[in-house]
Design a protein around this ligand. Structure first.
Ligand code: PEP
Ligand code: MN
Length: 346
């Protein structure tokens, strides 16, 4: 809230206003100007509306302007500390980027167990795999449903990996929540406010993918829907947006990563698989996302991409994934060194 004083307000009239603000438990920031003095009021709690009315009644106050803070819970004003989602030691939003990898869809016991072993060996900490799939065509493979969830749980049991899977519909909330460690809300559902509110009522961490045609503002407000219901364990995922460019499936919006981090304390994950739609572009975009400050990566890996029932064209083969993990590991070490040298130079 900003309070603009009348230009002829005296010093004692100004003090009176400052005293009132402080008495009510708010902090005042004074900006004395040549023409007018402006007071910025800090603090977001009950009583602000009444105070606004009282202040407006003073003659020496020209006007009171409410500052709308759209990102009440996702913004840095709510938390000055970055959100870290801790899944038994897998810290999303912590110092080290977290890799979530696995097939687009869970297809069979052999396929998910093989993939889980590969990504686990290579250093991933979370296994991804869709059981309920949001496919563009109703005639495409729709996922194994509950059976897929059971297979993910089996892979978790064997490898110790955490599991992330998509929740598409309120109807499956309980069953998905029973099996998964992180609930994924997909791009197509980013604006499904009823679904967002429902996951907001759980205490399971949620990964909210950016809608493919959504602005940063829409995306953060969607996260507000989840957080305002009480669930503060939210991470965001940049997964590419629709642009005029037809050469890739989507346009990976790398600038969204630092941009969102500037506005929000929530961890940001990058998905270069959906972001590009081409396996050849996954590794370079994964490296770029990490260099740009992403808190983690979500990537599709399949033991035999050519046989994949969904998104084979953007899935990495095991050897390519292993090479990428090795590169990322070395990159992280180099980035940590650069960061140290920056902070010691400051
Ligand atoms: C997925 O992760 O498999 C998926 C369908 O993602 P998106 O919602 O980003 O398309
Ligand atoms: Mn996919």
């Amino acid at each position: 809230m900003i309070i603009v004083m009348e230009s002829n307000a005296t010093e004692s009239e100004l003090d009176e206003i400052l005293e009132l603000i402080e008495e009510e438990g708010f902090e005042a920031h004074l900006s004395p100007g040549v023409e007018k003095t402006i007071i910025g009021l800090i603090g977001d709690r009950e009583g602000k509306e009444q105070l606004k009315e009282r202040l407006s009644a003073y003659e020496q106050v020209e006007k009171v302007i409410p500052v709308l803070e759209p990102y009440k819970l996702t913004g840095w004003k709510f938390s000055r500390q970055k959100t870290v989602i801790d899944l038994d030691g897998v810290r999303i939003g912590g110092k080290e980027p977290v890799v979530m990898a696995g097939p687009c869809s869970v297809e069979s016991k052999e396929q998910i167990l093989t993939t889980a072993r590969i990504v686990n060996e290579a250093g991933a900490e979370v296994l991804r795999g869709g059981a309920f799939k949001p496919r563009t065509s109703p005639y495409s493979f729709q996922g194994l449903g509950e059976k897929g969830l059971e297979l993910l749980a089996l892979a978790r049991e064997e490898t110790g990996l955490k599991v992330i899977t998509e929740l598409m519909d309120v109807e499956h909330l309980e069953i998905v929540n029973e099996y998964t460690d992180i609930i994924q809300i997909g791009s197509r559902n980013m604006k499904n406010y009823a679904l967002l509110k429902k996951v907001g009522g759980l205490d399971t961490p949620v990964m909210l993918k950016r809608g493919m045609a959504s602005t940063i503002k829409d995306w953060l407000l969607a996260a507000e829907y989840i957080m305002s219901e009480g669930n503060h364990q939210v991470m965001l995922c940049e997964r590419g947006i629709k642009t005029f460019c037809e050469d890739t499936r989507y346009t990976m919006d790398l600038s969204a990563i630092p941009l969102v981090q500037e506005k929000s304390h929530l961890p940001v994950i990058a998905d270069p698989s959906h972001g590009t739609g081409r396996w050849e572009l996954v590794a370079p975009m994964a490296r770029a996302a990490i260099a740009g400050g992403a808190d983690g990566l979500l990537m599709e890996v399949h033991p035999r991409p050519k046989e994949a029932l969904s998104d084979g064209q953007q899935s990495l083969k095991p050897e390519r994934f292993e090479n990428l993990m090795d590169e990322l590991h070395r990159m992280n070490r180099a980035l940590a060194e650069v960061e140290n040298s920056i902070s010691s130079a400051l």
